[in-house]
Design a protein around this ligand. Structure first.
Ligand code: SF4
Length: 188
């Protein structure tokens, strides 16, 4: 059985990454190399903190079933880049559904992954929180080492399907300016 490679688990989060009380499940692995990465363990080969089967992960998150139901909260998948672990997320979701849980699912993502990963999870995710970095391809490349064409395509796909999306547009010292942030917002 495929295990989830994690860099962290965090319970009882309120108002940080989704509505209600949430549990953050943070996956190892990311296609980007942001210069100010907040979770460098997600990029390091030795950064895996824990490996859990889908059943073990379910047993962990279900501890807060009562909180999730009382606050319309649920599970937030982050990382790293959680969309790289879409198979593990789908497996966990199937277990939750079979057990009768309908927790809210939030994804924190850069969207810089093949479209097929977004499509695989589209049907189960309630809220997409997208870290867009900057819409200017040159700034994006300088900061992450990658280009942002796939990001734009995936964002357009989610918009077309009327997904609930929150886009974060950060000010990145030495890489963009407030004018660049305004420009990204205008493009968005
Ligand atoms: S997307 Fe997040 S985890 Fe990946 S390199 Fe950038 S800051 Fe780090």
């Amino acid at each position: 059985m495929k295990t989830s490679h994690l860099i962290g688990l965090s319970r009882h989060r309120i108002g940080v990454d989704g509505t209600g009380v949430t549990t953050l499940v943070a996956f190892h692995g990311c296609p980007l190399r942001c210069k100010y990465c907040l979770n460098p363990q997600a990029l390091s080969l030795r950064g895996v903190w824990k490996r859990l089967t889908p059943e073990e992960l379910y047993n962990y998150v279900k501890q807060d079933d009562l909180y999730f139901r009382a606050t319309s909260g649920g599970v937030t998948f982050g990382g790293g880049e959680p969309l790289l672990s879409c198979r593990e997320i789908l497996h966990l979701h199937k277990i939750c559904r079979d057990k009768g849980h309908d927790w809210r699912i939030t994804i924190e993502t850069s969207l810089n992954v093949p479209k097929v990963f977004v499509e695989a999870l589209y049907g189960i995710v309630h809220h997409w929180i997208v870290d867009i970095k900057d819409m200017n391809p040159e700034i994006y490349k300088a900061y992450t080492g990658e280009d942002n064409r796939q990001v734009i395509e995936n964002l357009q796909l989610l918009i077309d399907r009327k997904a609930k999306i929150t886009v974060r547009v950060p000010l990145i010292p030495s890489f963009n300016t407030e004018a660049d942030v305004d420009n990204s917002i205008a493009i968005l």
